[in-house]
Design a protein around this ligand. Structure first.
Ligand SMILES: Nc1ncnc2c1ncn2[C@@H]1O[C@H](COP(=O)(O)OP(=O)(O)OP(=O)(O)O)[C@@H](O)[C@H]1O
Ligand SMILES: [Mg+2]
Length: 278
């Protein structure tokens, strides 16, 4: 069971698209749920024509009434996307999201263990929320305390950024605060790259787990049908396959979170960044 949180800092580098794409290629031996926890409001329901119930909001209501005799199950609040991918979609309304994130965020590690599922959490954009806590040391108010607790409890925190100078400048500023929240952090670059991924990793001092190319046809297809045949050859889908494999390989190392593990990760990172050279 693993919790993987995906977050961005600025712009819309493709957190939601990447979360769904990673879910579509997740190893079939591992049960998985995608959880949409973007405080600015969810996009998956509108994009994929889901009804809005069940959703993160129904899950939050169930968590509030959770009893040993009637335990809340993540799997009872999922919709299925084509290909069988299970998604707990957020509400489009930020007010509903704020409350639901407070309730579900605290219970999430426990809920994932109860159902023995991996959870990929779309945490949205860090600076997109008007209501802030000062929970992240050394940084301005950025997001709700509940969402910070999700970032902290994740086994792996994937920080998405554009790979150009502007994207990397924002990333460089944010990384110390993000690392103080979760040391199991890796950067995922999206779109055109101005530098090789290993150079980026060296400058940022954080592992770069991979690179997703700009691929609008690939992005449009994500979540709309099973990714077989021609779709599997689209650049975005090929890239997320490599990243899903690396996430699963890195998890056991990250979960132990000791010094030796981080050395092993640095070695793996050197291998991973060598494979994803643009
Ligand atoms: N790798 C990609 N290549 C091309 N287009 C992409 C890629 N990833 C996402 N997109 C497109 O970019 C737009 C934004 O994507 P998405 O909603 O996933 O971003 P986001 O980071 O979740 O944004 P927000 O913070 O607003 O929720 C969408 O139109 C999507 O189709
Ligand atoms: Mg999004």
């Amino acid at each position: 069971v693993a919790l993987v949180a995906l977050v961005s800092i600025k712009g819309a580098p493709g957190v939601t698209t990447t979360a769904v794409a990673l879910g579509s290629v997740w190893p079939s031996a591992r049960a998985l749920v995608i959880l949409e926890m973007d405080p600015a409001g969810g996009d998956i329901a509108a994009r994929r024509g889901l009804s809005g119930d069940p959703s993160l909001v129904s899950l939050a209501a169930a968590v509030r009434r959770d009893r040993a005799s009637d335990p809340t199950r993540l799997l009872d609040h999922c919709c299925e996307l084509p290909g069988g991918l299970r998604v707990i979609a957020g509400s489009a309304a930020p007010t509903e999201m704020g409350t639901a994130i407070d309730v579900v965020g605290a219970a999430l590690p426990h809920l994932a263990l109860r159902d023995a599922v991996d959870v990929l959490v779309d945490c949205g954009r860090l600076n997109s929320t008007p209501t802030g806590s000062h929970d992240m040391p050394g940084s301005p108010p950025i997001t709700s305390a509940s969402l910070v607790s999700v970032l902290r409890s994740a086994d792996l925190l994937l920080v998405l950024s554009r790979g150009d100078l502007a994207g990397l400048s924002h990333l460089e500023w944010w990384l110390p605060a993000l690392r103080s929240v979760n040391k199991g952090l890796a950067v995922l670059l999206v779109g055109p790259l101005s530098w090789r991924t290993e150079e980026v990793a060296g400058v940022l001092g954080s592992p770069v787990i991979g690179h997703i190319p700009h691929d609008q046809p690939g992005a449009d297809m994500v979540g709309s049908r099973a990714l077989r045949g021609g779709a599997a050859r689209l650049p975005l889908i090929r890239a997320v396959r490599g990243i899903a494999d690396r996430v699963v390989a890195w998890l056991p190392i990250l979960v132990t979170r000791d010094a030796e593990a981080h050395e092993q990760l640095a070695e793996l990172d050197a291998v991973a960044t060598a494979d994803v050279r643009p």
